[in-house]
Design a protein around this ligand. Structure first.
Ligand SMILES: *Cc1c(COP(=O)(O)O)cnc(C)c1O
Length: 424
């Protein structure tokens, strides 16, 4: 069947097809990426993109909200149930905007916020220098312990006591260990700060009960919806009742206009999927796969920041291999293994050409790959590292990667059995 897009805009149609081919023919190890289900894709590409819904269910600024009100209420209820939170705001356009809304809900411009340094694994929006968050707020950054690569709570507490931030942010974008959100909550309480927890990366592990949830210990929890949670690209805020009104006002009208209803609709679908035993099994396998990948890479003499992983990602310190992160990431991409170069704690090299590589297992786990495939992938990575300047080896690896991909097709598109959706 010829689709409307193919007829109307063959150029863009062809490019989308090429991207589909790229995604299915590559081992995608970027830890923030995934494959969504057919159901999520359908909701995301639906007529809900046509609707303006400024406001919240029951109090909108445009008419015609008979359906959108129902959908947003379902999304809110599913989010509250899934994360065991008092209140959910499902409108943030992305994780970055969700973070801005969380800060603005709690403090004023010029106040001090304290988050993890980007070069040590934190996110831009946690107050990093080039992010506007460091212009709107005074920003204090905590590093990880340079020896262990782990969070150092004595140091975090000392920094908090010294700088008296109004917000302490927990959560990371490149940290391979479980984060103790309870201690963050205690430190925040001790210095009279709010605790904002950003679980963008690990949200899927949190709802599956594999990573401890910050919900009991944080004033506001911020997340993306598209990483391990496996929904469409978007953001979400969860909070205690006392912050509900501030959070809602902060998102709209504080920061955003109309919510992206097609995305919000697809987020609702993704949360129904996340509330299934199949999702829990997927989340468990993500961690098993990351561990197997770590073990095999250690066997090949790779150094891993913190020595391993508790979650979905690992950070390789490439210095003993004498290959810069960027050069390796580009060679791996030619070998159909897609990763991203990344700083390592106290990286002597600049962020634009750092000493590390960040890899993760969510997307390959969605494709059904398990420990044997993951060990094979470690072998392929090692071959590229050892033959970084030999294009014929890289070509061979690409062939093997493609073969592996063909054995684990992108579930086109998988359907998560869901007997509970209507009850949520
Ligand atoms: C990915 C990420 C974000 C930002 O999400 P976007 O949707 O890209 O804006 C925020 N915080 C953390 C910790 C992240 O990893």
């Amino acid at each position: 069947m010829v689709t409307a897009l193919e007829l109307y805009d063959p150029q863009i149609y062809e490019l989308i097809r090429q991207e589909e081919t790229r995604q299915s023919g590559a081992i995608r190890l970027i830890p923030s990426e995934n494959y969504v289900s057919k159901a999520v894709m359908q909701a995301s590409g639906s007529c809900l993109t046509n609707k303006y819904s400024e406001g919240y269910p029951g109090r909108r600024y445009y008419e015609g909200q008979q359906v959108t009100d129902l959908i947003e209420r379902i999304a809110q209820e599913r989010a509250k149930k899934l994360f065991k939170a008092d209140h959910a705001n499902v409108q943030p356009y992305s994780g970055s905007v969700a973070n801005l809304a969380a800060y603005a809900a709690l403090v004023n411009p010029g106040d001090t916020i304290m988050g993890m340094s980007l070069v040590d694994g934190g996110h831009l929006t946690h107050g990093w220098t080039v992010s506007h968050t460091s212009r709107f707020y005074k920003s204090v950054l905590y590093p990880v312990n340079p020896q262990t690569g782990r969070l150092d709570f004595d140091q975090i507490e000392a920094l908090a006591k010294k700088h008296r931030p109004k917000i302490i942010i927990s959560g990371a974008t490149a940290y391979p260990r479980e984060i103790d959100f309870e201690i963050f909550g205690q430190i925040a309480k001790a210095v009279g700060a709010y605790h904002v927890s950003d679980i963008a990366h690990v949200a899927g592990l949190v709802v599956a009960g594999i990573h401890k949830s910050p919900v009991p210990y944080a004033d506001i929890v911020s997340t993306t919806t598209h990483k391990t949670l496996r929904g469409p690209r978007g953001g979400m805020l969860l909070c205690k009742k006392e912050h509900a009104e501030n959070v809602d006002r902060s998102v709209f009208p504080g920061l955003q206009g109309g919510p992206h209803m097609h995305t919000l609709t697809a987020v609702a679908v993704a949360m129904a999927e996340a509330n299934t035993p199949e999702f829990v099994a997927y989340a468990k396998q993500i961690v098993k796969n990351a561990r197997a990948l770590a073990e095999k890479l250690l066997e090949y003499g790779f150094n891993l920041v913190t020595g391993g992983t508790d979650n979905h990602l690992l950070l390789i310190d490439l210095r003993n291999k004498n290959v810069p992160g960027k050069k390796l990431a580009k060679a791996l991409d030619r070998a159909r293994i897609v990763t991203n170069y990344n700083t390592i704690p106290s990286d002597p090299a600049p962020p634009a050409n750092p000493s590390g590589l960040r890899i993760g297992t969510p997307a390959i786990t969605t494709r059904g790959m398990k420990e044997p495939e993951v060990r094979q992938i470690a072998t392929l990575i090692n071959r590229v590292v050892e033959n970084i300047d030999d294009e014929s080896v890289i070509e061979d690896v690409a062939k093997e990667a493609l073969l592996l991909c063909s054995q684990f097709p992108v579930p086109d598109h998988f359907i998560v059995p869901n007997k509970n959706a209507s009850k949520l």
